[in-house]
Design a protein around this ligand. Structure first.
Ligand SMILES: C[S@@+](CC[C@H](N)C(=O)[O-])C[C@H]1O[C@@H](n2cnc3c(N)ncnc32)[C@H](O)[C@@H]1O
Length: 466
């Protein structure tokens, strides 16, 4: 049985709640906001895009793919002027350019851009190609990922369901809340959990859609999933889930139509035809004017995606690329210790390029110390909007760390709070990993974090007195 439940997070993107983990998959303040602010914006992608032929990305815990989708959106939006549809004169010009480039024997660097230029206009000759490896244990989530609706603001969600008579959101919300509280007495236990945890107030009805996913992204992911799973993609289970009464509202009708179309005609045999005819009706009707000018196939060719459905601990042993950027988005370290152990993170560190970055949302001393033990330099992810540090970044090259840990934060990592998890053969159960740390913690001579904090605050008071 499905053990997760979708809901709208506060930026209008869809988040999931896991009954098994009693935890959210995404920040309730905004699944998409989190992807942009903790993974894409602080990454090195804006510095390296279109400077090297291929860029390798590892998305550990793909889930329903926000981090990958935000990345793809960033790439498409940054290359918009290079992947435009061309008219007949521009086609001619491109062909002449191609012949000239071939004559000049302008090799390697131009080769890929030439193949893109066959169908597109290229202002600049060079485009990076993205290899994205997505690691996820739950196949169902991967398959559903492109079918979820893209972002909606609370205003848009409620404008669909608020009757005209209650045109005022506050009145509607108050009345709805009274009814829901009364009804919640009869809710089954698990529904109560999710309501308590996700009491979405939508306090700000006028949230700006600050972050978006380009509409082409879900179509590209769906095609890649068809290449990966073939006819198995649109299984009976997936069909059943998207029809369920509560969940169906979270899925995009046009994406489902497209998935059904691919399923019926077969993505590979019909791709040329469906792109030019069917897609025209389905997705071009939904695209913004600016996106309509983008050549879908050229955008699609920017991405090579592989989906690995397995325990990430097993998958990483088989990967042989080295990555420019690694997103580590596992459940909290207390819930999923197997993906926060020194051994697992050391493997990730091995897969990181010398100029690569590993990013995670966690700020904990334990996670930071684990990254240090794995041989990485560690720093913080700074968010200008909130003026807060909202995550952790790690690198092999110290100079890539913009906001290093300060002395206090380093000190905290050396207290008992920083004792990391161990998973010697990457095969322990959660329980075994937690018990091993508990044993180490009990027998450790290190200072407790509370004592450390007390001493530090006393010291700073003394300093002030002096
Ligand atoms: C916090 S969620 C990640 C959310 C995701 N980045 C997204 O955008 O939807 C954690 C994910 O880790 C997956 N997961 C849990 N244990 C795993 C394991 N051992 N290997 C790979 N994935 C795992 C869960 O199925 C879940 O989708």
């Amino acid at each position: 049985m499905r053990d997760y439940e979708p809901y709208y997070t506060e930026d209008g993107s869809i988040g999931l709640y896991s009954f098994a983990e009693k935890d959210v998959f995404h920040s309730k303040y905004g699944a998409l906001t989190e992807a942009w602010e903790k993974f894409i914006l602080p990454s090195n992608i804006s510095n390296i895009i279109n400077t090297k032929e291929s860029i390798n990305i590892l998305d550990v815990c793909y889930g329903i793919g926000y981090n990958t989708k935000a990345l793809m959106s960033f790439v498409i939006d940054n290359n918009k002027n290079k992947i435009l549809k061309k008219n007949i004169f521009q086609k001619l010009l491109v062909n002449i350019n191609n012949i000239v480039s071939i004559c000049n024997n302008n090799q390697k660097k131009n080769k890929r851009s030439l193949s893109l230029c066959n169908d597109t206009i290229c202002d600049d000759n060079f485009l990076s190609f993205f290899n994205i490896d997505c690691l996820e244990i739950n196949e169902e989530l991967i398959k559903l990922s492109p079918l979820f609706k893209t972002i909606k603001t609370p205003g848009e969600i409620y404008s669909q369901i608020v009757p005209d008579i209650f045109n005022c959101f506050d009145t509607y919300y108050k009345i709805k809340n009274i009814f829901e509280n009364l009804l919640s007495i009869f809710y089954p236990k698990n529904k109560k959990d999710i309501r308590d945890l996700l009491d979405l107030k939508f306090k700000n009805m006028h949230i700006e859609k600050e972050y978006k996913i380009n509409n082409l992204v879900n179509y590209i992911i769906l095609n890649r999933l068809y290449e990966n799973f073939g006819k198995e993609y649109f299984s009976d289970n997936i069909k059943k889930i998207i029809k369920e009464r509560y969940t169906s509202r979270f899925f995009s009708k046009s994406m489902i139509k497209y998935a059904k179309f691919n399923h019926f005609w077969g993505y590979n045999s019909s791709s040329e035809w469906n792109l030019s005819t069917f897609l025209h009706n389905i997705y071009y009707s939904l695209l913004s004017k600016r996106d309509k000018n983008i050549d879908f196939k050229a955008a699609e060719r920017l991405f090579n995606m592989s989906f690995y459905v397995n325990d990430a601990r097993k998958t990483i042993l088989k990967l042989n690329k080295s990555y420019d950027c690694i997103f580590l988005d596992a459940f909290a370290y207390t819930k999923a210790p197997q993906l926060w152990s020194v051994e697992f993170i050391s493997k990730l560190a091995e897969l990181l390029q010398p100029a690569g970055l590993l990013l995670t949302y966690s700020n904990s001393a334990q996670v930071r110390n684990t990254l240090i033990e794995a041989g990485l330099h560690v720093g913080k992810i700074y968010n200008e909007k909130s003026n807060k540090f909202i995550g952790t970044v790690a690198a092999k090259d110290k100079s890539l760390i913009e906001f290093p840990l300060n002395n206090y934060e380093y000190g905290l990592c050396t207290t008992k709070a920083g004792i990391p998890y161990h998973d010697p053969n990457l095969a322990f159960s959660n329980k075994e990993i937690l018990e091993l740390r508990e044993y180490e913690y009990r027998h450790s001579n290190l200072m407790s974090s509370s004592k450390y904090m007390k001493l530090r605050s006393m010291r700073s008071e003394n300093d002030e007195e002096v």
